[in-house]
Write a protein of this length. Structure first.
Ligand SMILES: C/C(=C\COP(=O)(O)OP(=O)(O)O)CCC[C@H](C)CCC[C@H](C)CCCC(C)C
Length: 335
C-alpha cells in the first residue's frame, strides 16, 4: 500500500503568489479584479480586446453552423469555421471591446483605474489604430469568407458591417445605446446570439428570414443574461446616470425581469420546436431550463447583488448547451 502524504495548507507566501497569478490571468482575459502594472504591449492590447467576451460569439457561430444543417466535417469546412470564429471573436468582438474601453475611459478612471487606458499604459492614438486595424481586418475577412463560399449576395460582409455599426452606436456618443436600459441591453443580448448565429448559418447554408426572426426572438433570453451583468455596477451606474435596468426598476424587480426573460424565451423557442415536430430537441431544451430555474431560485433571486457571478457560472452552461440543441434541431428540420 502506498504511503499517505499529509496535506499541508498553503503558506501565506504561496497564497499571495496564487492570488497574483489569478489577478494576472484575469487581467489578460479582460476580467474585473485584475492586477495593475502590465507593461508588455501585446498583453495590454489583448487586455483591451477582453478575450473572455469572445466565447459567446464563437459559440454563436457554432450554433449557426449547426442550424444550417449543411455542416460536414471536411478540412475546408473546419478551416472556414475557424476563420469565421476568428472573425466573430478576436477581430470583431476585439474591435467592439477596444472601442468600448476607448469611450469608457473617463468612467473607468474611477471604476477600474488599472485598465490599460486610464492607467496611461497605452497611448490613445495606439488604441485608435488598434480599433481601425481590427475593424478593417474583420470586414476584409468577412468579404473573403463570402467569396470563399461563392455567395452572390455578400451576407457575411453585411452582417459584419451591421454588427460593427451596432457596436459603434452601443459605445460611442451621441447615441451610446448602453446608457439606455432596454435598447442597450437588447443590443448586447442580440449581438451575442442573433448576429454570430446568422453568420455561422450564412457561412454554410442559406440564411433565411425564419432563422433571423428566431434568433432575434432567442436574443430576448440574451437580454436577460445581459441584465445579470448590470448588477455588478449598480452604484457606479446610478452615479453616472446610466439607466441600466437595475437602476431603473430597482434590484429586485430587475432580477425578476431578467429571469422571466431568460426562461420565457427559451420556452417560446421550445414551443416552436414542438410546432415543427422536433419534439425530442424541444424536450431536451426544456430539461436544460430546469437547472437554470433552480439556480435562479437558489442564488440569483435571493441576492442578485451578491450572487450574480455565481449564478452566471452555474446556469450559463445550461443556456449555451440549449442554444446548440436548438441549432441542431433547426438543422435537422431544415428550417
Ligand atoms: C462592449 C460590449 C459590452 C460591454 O458593455 P459595458 O460597457 O456596459 O460593460 P462593462 O462595464 O463590463 O465593460 C459589447 C457590445 C456588443 C455590441 C452591441 C455589438 C457587438 C457586435 C459583434 C461583435 C459583431 C459580430 C458580427 C459577426 C459575428 C459577423
Amino acid at each position: 500500500m502506498s504511503e499517505l502524504t499529509p496535506i499541508t495548507p498553503p503558506t501565506p507566501t504561496e497564497q499571495a503568489k496564487a492570488a497574483e497569478r489569478s489577478a494576472k490571468t484575469r487581467q489578460l482575459l479582460g476580467m474585473k479584479g485584475a492586477s495593475p502594472g502590465e507593461t508588455a504591449v501585446w498583453k495590454l492590447r489583448l487586455q483591451l480586446m477582453k478575450p473572455i467576451t469572445w466565447i459567446p460569439l464563437i459559440w454563436g457561430v457554432v450554433c449557426g453552423a449547426a442550424s444550417s444543417g449543411e455542416y460536414t466535417w471536411t478540412l475546408e469546412n473546419v478551416l472556414k469555421a475557424a476563420a469565421c470564429m476568428l472573425l466573430a471573436g478576436p477581430l470583431l468582438a476585439g474591435y467592439t471591446q477596444t472601442m468600448n474601453e476607448y469611450y469608457d475611459r473617463d468612467i473607468d478612471a474611477i471604476n477600474e483605474p488599472y485598465r490599460p487606458i486610464p492607467s496611461g499604459a497605452i497611448p490613445l492614438p495606439q488604441v485608435v489604430t488598434q480599433i481601425l486595424v481590427l475593424l478593417i481586418a474583420g470586414i476584409a475577412l468577412a468579404f473573403t469568407l463570402d467569396v470563399w463560399s461563392g455567395h452572390e449576395f455578400p451576407s457575411l460582409t453585411i452582417l459584419a458591417l451591421f454588427g460593427s455599426f451596432i457596436a459603434y452606436i452601443y459605445s460611442a456618443p451621441p447615441l451610446k445605446l448602453k446608457q439606455n436600459g432596454w435598447l442597450g441591453t437588447y443590443a448586447l443580448g442580440s449581438s451575442y446570439i442573433a448576429l454570430p448565429w446568422c453568420t455561422g448559418h450564412a457561412l454554410f447554408g442559406e440564411l433565411n428570414w425564419k432563422i433571423v426572426i428566431l434568433t432575434v426572438i432567442y436574443s430576448f433570453a440574451g437580454l436577460g443574461i445581459a441584465i445579470v451583468n448590470d448588477f455588478k455596477s449598480v452604484e457606479g451606474d446610478r452615479q453616472f446616470g446610466l439607466k441600466s435596468l437595475p437602476v431603473m426598476f430597482g434590484v429586485t424587480t430587475a432580477a425578476w425581469i431578467c429571469v422571466v426573460m431568460i426562461d420565457l424565451f427559451q420556452a417560446v423557442i421550445a414551443g416552436y420546436l414542438v410546432f415543427i415536430h422536433e419534439n425530442l430537441y424541444a424536450a431536451i431544451l426544456l430539461l436544460l431550463v430546469i437547472p437554470q430555474i433552480t439556480f435562479q431560485d437558489m442564488y440569483f433571486l435571493r441576492d442578485p447583488l451578491k450572487n450574480d457571478v455565481k449564478y452566471q457560472a452555474s446556469a450559463q452552461p445550461f443556456l449555451v448547451l440549449g442554444m446548440l440543441v436548438v441549432g441542431l434541431a433547426l438543422g435537422h428540420a431544415g428550417v
